[in-house]
Design a protein around this ligand. Sequence first.
Ligand code: ASP
Length: 599
Amino acid sequence: MSEPPGLPPLNPNGYRDTWCGQVLEDRVGTTARVAGWVHRRRDHGGLIFIDLRDRTGLVQLVFNPDEAGEAQALGHRLRTEHVVSVSGAVVRRDPETVNPELPTGAFELRVAEAKLLADAETPPFEIENYSGEVGEEMRLRYRYLDLRRERMRDALLLRSEVTREIRSFLDAEGFVDVETPVLTRSTPEGARDFLVPSRRQQGSFYALPQSPQLFKQLLMVGGLDRYYQIARCFRDEDLRADRQLDFTQLDLEMSFVEVDDVIELNERLLAHILERHGIEVELPLRRIPYDVAVARFGSDKPDLRYGLELADVTDLLRQTEFNAFRGVVDAGGAVKGMNVGARELSRAELDRLVEEAKELGAKGLVWAVVEGGGWRSPVAKFLAASELEAMNGALGAADGDLLLLAADEAPVAASVLGGLRVRLAERFGLVPGDRHELAWIVDWPLLEWNGEESRWDPLHHPFTSPAGELDPADPGAARALAYDVVWNGVELGGGSIRISDPGVQRTVFEVLGISPEAAEERFGFLLEAFRYGAPPHGGIAYGLDRLVALLHGSESIRDVIAFPKAASGADPLTGAPAPVDEAQLRELGMALRAKQPRG
Ligand code: ASP
């Protein structure tokens, strides 16, 4: 008998010889044995109907006093989530009792024999319905029950499928799957490290890797040529956004490559994965320089499925008498605008937009509705007719259009409008659900100025190769051989060609304010390795959780991780993090200064 597509093979044994989801036409007239959990139970006087669930689906069991014999008594006792093994004849249901919702809905199994394998307490929430009524804390506390739900099971099956697709593609491309250490030294991805105290070397600590960055570079020095790993990474961050303290990267690195080589292979990899999930990908993907992305979309991960592009109107306002704009322009800032189209927003809604802009970091937001070529706007009277006309032109504005303008330092003005762009597209229903836009963001700045700390920080990490010369006198001008890939406004992955020349690396450290001693102390082993012949190399890493969540249509990466932490960073299932015994601390040569708060 053939197995329907998608069903895993089953090795028959005493518990079962058939998957629940396999009780279909070709089984009619045979005897089948299935095993699983009681999903639903209906007692119709003499007849008891049970939907039995296993990983493949549901099948209806019928306990009929005339046929079930001794099993009938068990049928009466069974409650939801009890585990049973049952055998009986597979029959077609009466036409009026067919359930079109279920793949097995036209068939049922008439129980001849049944065995209870495990009792179950009443679960704290229903497994049957997945409607968001159960709080996440509760779902995580009883994650093993949550995982019995179809949606969660599908998420984990999908995840397993995606990793299989990744492996089969990369294996065929000659990549070697290598594991790198979890107990290691700090890796410079810019987050806080998780530290693990050493018992043998008291006072010293391992750091958990924020990424396998340094090891994958060492593997290239080691001659592996093409490496990949589905790697756990650890970053001690506040979990505001949809992040996890431990998360998974698809990490890869290649030798003797330039930007185009890495991009070419990776877009084929992405197409390989996405096309298996019904998403057409046209190659080569579009490449958008970072500056263009920020100028047009106000974001380094632009959602390209809709317009609402930004325009820079700074030059039109150099002479304006409107102080709020003029002050910013004179100080070297920018005025950026976005034409939102013909939208009727109430005054209260417009006021709310201004508030949202402030949440996004703006000092203010100017709104205007174009009317008869002029503006209806609280600031219209401060602007000359010629300025209004010029701005309308730059923004492609027609009568009735709503314009939004932000004046600030250029990056702030762009990111405020970029943030509003995403929210408004959502609000106005401009996001086409069936369209997918993938693009590379290229030509990144190498560094960004950290005003708080008065220093240059790497935009990616300190091993990213500059494009061309890095002039220590003007570090802000340096570009990086870096690339991010963005899917529908979400950053899927990012990487770069690495520095493999010790001289260039020295200059970068110098510009970053990392002294030769500090560099030696933190990354000496890598710098030393580079003295023994480092091939040119580069790579990329993807957030695997995010990729699977997008494919699954989940809002949260927690839905595609078997045992995630709650937003608080705690694990309600195991109770981690948890206090440890005095004795354990003593062994580590440690003592707590003050009692740590619990929970
Ligand atoms: N290690 C980098 C990261 O975690 C990725 C890369 O440069 O390959 O973002």
